[in-house]
Design a binder for this molecule. Sequence first.
Ligand SMILES: *Cc1c(COP(=O)(O)O)cnc(C)c1O
Length: 303
Amino acid sequence: MSFLIIPENEVPIVKIETAKNVSLYMKREDLIHPQISGNKFWKLFFNINNYLEKNFKKPLLITFGGAFSNHIAAVSELGKLAQIQTLGMIRGEELSEKIIENPTLLFAQKNGMNLRFVSREIYRNKEKLTEYLQEEFPHALIIPEGGTNSDAVKGVKMMLSNQTKEFDYLCTAVGTGGTVAGLSAYCEDNQKVLGFNVVRDDSLSEKVLKLSGKQNFSLIDASYGGYGKISNENIRFINDFKSKTDIALEPIYTGKMIQKIFEMIAEDFFPENSKILCFHTGGLQGIAGANDMLRRKNRNLIV
Ligand SMILES: *Cc1c(COP(=O)(O)O)cnc(C)c1O
């Protein structure tokens, strides 16, 4: 495979039981590809296909991510499958000595991704870093953190279909905002988009508005103590959800989104008979890294 191909079968939309008079469904984008998971598949779709069409002799994908990044994992797998070089710029110099104990970075490295570790300070200034990298590698495709850019937003359109049109609310977890922007840009006029923000970032709303061009979305705080923080209550919720539905959630994005949706249903946020669709955006590779951390702290694990 050298290009990303739209899978023949649409992923399923499954019903999730709730205690109230609303209907909640989940679109299983996590099933789209075993390693290029969920929204990352669609966010990379046009980015990579447009780039490969240019037929560079030595194509190179460069991108950015933190220690447990689903995006880094996805891009490394894509590099392996498409047989193109990948370079991951990783936040945190200290991680260079911890690749072995980090399932995400180990996976990326085994896929052939070169890893460069940069200080948080340098990482924060990604615009400058991107400029330097593009000078160093003029033919490279540099994909921003989380894969969010205008081609990513176009790719998210593919998460919508005839079947998603019948819902009143479309819900997704929000990290860098590309996914919620895509849903907002391409959903039906009568649909409302709810983005469950797992990072505390006040500038996100403006960023999403810029990418989507529409006002039909709201961002809801679902950070539960901050990005990457995992409470015992989060773990209990994820494990309980898994035992009831047989659907796995990871603790950084989807676990927090679904937990928040259940809280909002309990508080009657949604009018009676509302039809709610949430997107399972994948990222289950992150569970292993989270469990390593929890194990070291002698805490309950995600099962
Ligand atoms: C990256 C990611 C998100 C956030 O998507 P953005 O487009 O960056 O907002 C949500 N869920 C999962 C599982 C992810 O890996």
